[in-house]
Design a protein. Structure first.
Length: 308
């Protein structure tokens, strides 16, 4: 990819720099301002190069997406988080057009498959529990969780009671992890702040890591994150370009992996499914779209372009 002829070095924003979250043009509007007439223009030169590489050789590209808040809207009941219909249709078309299509989620792989109907997307790979699990072609690999998860499961009710967790605090048993949600409380941010310290102490005692998210704190096994999951998949699939799309703090590791891959010569694009809760991720993204609706529009545009 030749960046020089584009004459756009001056408007390059390094990740996290002011302006990185404000792409030139409206990232959610149709206007044909991106490569090949795509109505999306990444704000960084590296991001544009990544997108151009995906478009130039889709058969060697890897597109990976987070589930909640990216493919599906954030809803009060995680068991009701279904894939946006536009994204569901686009995934099927993209599966035929790109080398690798993957979902990388903090959910159990089986749950994402069932909720999202992902099993019917040909060739899709689902990495669950931040890469701890892998589903592909109907086969699930799910190593047993370490004993610390049982300790967390057993002790969380007591920890929440001692910390004075407000009414509406909800515990989600994810099998290989346990998550505490405060979205249903009267003051979700205050409840999260109140519970963070005690839950971090429990995680340390149980040999687990704390995964912060959108009004949720998850205690999960150490050793994997979305960055190692994404980089491992890129290596294994010998992908020559990569695009990753997420909405939450857990996706920062995948964004970092894309930057690292770029340094190693693999062009890549990071996309933030934007929302008022995603400011931190948006600041590090090459492209910010308008939540799961914007993701659906982006995927649909890509699918149309690549299946032409
Ligand atoms: Mg998410």
């Amino acid at each position: 990819m030749d960046d020089q002829h584009r004459g756009d070095a001056a408007d390059h924003h390094p990740p996290g720099a002011p302006g990185a979250a404000s792409p030139p043009g409206n990232p959610g509007s149709a206007g044909g301002s991106g490569p090949d007439g795509l109505p999306f223009l990444p704000s960084t030169r590296e991001g544009r190069a990544g997108l151009e590489a995906v478009l130039a050789e889709p058969g060697s590209a890897l597109i990976a997406l987070d589930y909640d808040g990216t493919l599906s809207p954030i809803v009060a009941d995680p068991a009701a988080a279904h894939v946006h219909p536009g994204s569901a249709a686009a995934l099927r078309r993209l599966a035929a057009a790109v080398g690798t299509l993957a979902v990388i989620t903090g959910r159990p792989a089986a749950q994402a498959l069932q909720l999202g109907g992902l099993g019917s997307v040909p060739g899709i790979i689902v990495l669950g529990h931040y890469g701890w699990e892998r589903w592909e072609g109907g086969t699930l690999s799910s190593p047993p969780a370490p004993p610390g998860v049982d300790i967390a499961r057993r002790d969380i009710p007591g920890v929440l009671a001692s910390a004075g967790a407000p009414e509406g605090t909800r515990v989600e048993d994810k099998g290989h992890a346990v998550a505490v949600h405060t979205r249903g409380t009267a003051d979700p941010a205050a409840a999260l702040a109140r519970l963070r310290g005690p839950l971090e102490a429990l995680a340390a005692r149980a040999g687990l890591v704390v995964e912060p998210g959108r009004l949720v704190i998850e205690l999960r096994p150490p050793g994997t994150d979305k960055g190692t999951a994404l980089a491992g998949l890129v290596r294994q699939r010998e992908a020559l370009s990569v695009m990753f799309c997420g909405d939450d703090l857990g996706d920062l590791a995948a964004f970092a992996a894309v930057r690292e891959l770029r340094r190693d010569g693999v062009p890549g694009l990071t996309v933030c499914s934007g929302s008022p809760e995603a400011a931190r991720l948006a600041a590090e993204a090459d492209l910010v779209v308008d939540g799961p609706d914007g993701v659906a529009t982006l995927l649909t545009s890509l699918a149309s372009l690549l299946s032409r």
